[in-house]
Ligand binder design. Structure first.
Ligand SMILES: [Zn+2]
Length: 57
């Protein structure tokens, strides 16, 4: 498991070790979405980019 902190509410977020870079991690407490970043040595979370998904029609 990897442990991170939510950038919004500082709750701990744990993800499994097999998570892939670029995956979206959602905070269980506040729902903030984060993107998993790997800077070459360490994993960290950044705010997920706001993706203009088509909201379905
Ligand atoms: Zn949060």
């Amino acid at each position: 498991m990897k442990a991170f902190k939510c950038l919004t509410c500082s709750s701990s977020i744990t993800v499994s070790d097999d998570i892939l870079t670029g995956e979206i991690v959602e905070c269980g407490a506040c729902g903030q979405e984060h993107e998993l970043i790997n800077d070459g040595q360490n994993y960290r979370l950044e705010f997920a980019p706001e993706v203009e998904e088509d909201w379905g029609e």
